[in-house]
Write a new protein. Structure first.
Lengths: 119, 109
């Protein structure tokens, strides 16, 4: 199956700093990428959807200025958590799919996730 | 937004037994997908069932979909210790996937 690489796997940072998480599709062109957040023993909460070359669409309640998403190429999307605070500590997961944007009869390929801890 | 609700939240079974988990959802869907997550890892796609399908098999997995009841079930037959994981249903609508709360399955050797 298709491979999505997410980096880093874990990161510890000081409060107030920014952290960038990368998500790469290694063997397919990811026309759409999704970013999720997951708290321990809970479900995945969709944060935003990004189509290559377009601005990301954020879910209600997600601060776009705090969680900057860039999807500049068909193989790379980044999530930057700006001015991170302890409450931003969480497991962040990206996923990607190919095909036409908006077509959803396809499965998603997930990165392995990034555990962010903000001190 | 989270649309699916899964039942049970947790399940502990003996190796060799079958594991059944259910997912209910609220709105119309294009398809429903099941994913597996090992602790601290990303999700792995297991199976996709379209809204016009009623049952689907893949190896030891069997998925059913009842759109009139807005529910789906995942059956894992002859479970193995390696099946220990969290299982999530995800409904596809409005061009995105919404995940249920998940069922944590523990298979005892």
């Amino acid at each position: 199956g298709a491979v999505v690489s997410q980096h880093p796997s874990w990161v510890i940072c000081k409060s107030g700093t920014s952290v960038k998480i990368e998500c790469r599709s290694l063997d397919f062109q990811a026309t759409t990428m999704f970013w999720y957040r997951q708290f321990p023993k809970q479900s995945l909460m969709l944060m935003a959807t990004s189509n290559e070359g377009s601005k990301a669409t954020y879910e209600q309640g997600v601060e776009k200025d705090k969680f900057l998403i860039n999807h500049a190429s068909l193989t790379l999307s980044t999530l930057t958590v700006t001015s991170a605070h302890p409450e931003d500590s969480s497991f962040y997961i990206c996923s990607a799919r190919g095909g036409s944007p908006g077509l959803l009869n396809e499965k998603l390929f997930f990165g392995s996730g990034t555990q962010l801890s903000v001190l | 937004s989270q649309q699916g609700e899964e039942d049970p939240q947790a399940l502990s079974i003996q190796e060799g037994e079958n594991a059944t988990m259910n997912c209910s959802y609220k709105t119309s869907i294009n398809n429903l997908q099941w994913y597996r997550q090992n602790s601290g890892r990303g999700l792995v796609h297991l199976i996709l069932i379209r809204s016009n399908e009623r049952e689907k098999h893949s190896g030891r997995l069997r998925v059913t979909l009842d759109t009139s009841k807005k529910s789906s079930s995942l059956l894992i037959t002859a479970s193995r210790a390696a099946d220990t994981a969290s299982y999530f249903c995800a409904t596809a609508a409005d061009y995105k996937l919404s995940f249920g709360a998940g069922t944590t399955v523990t298979v005892r050797a």
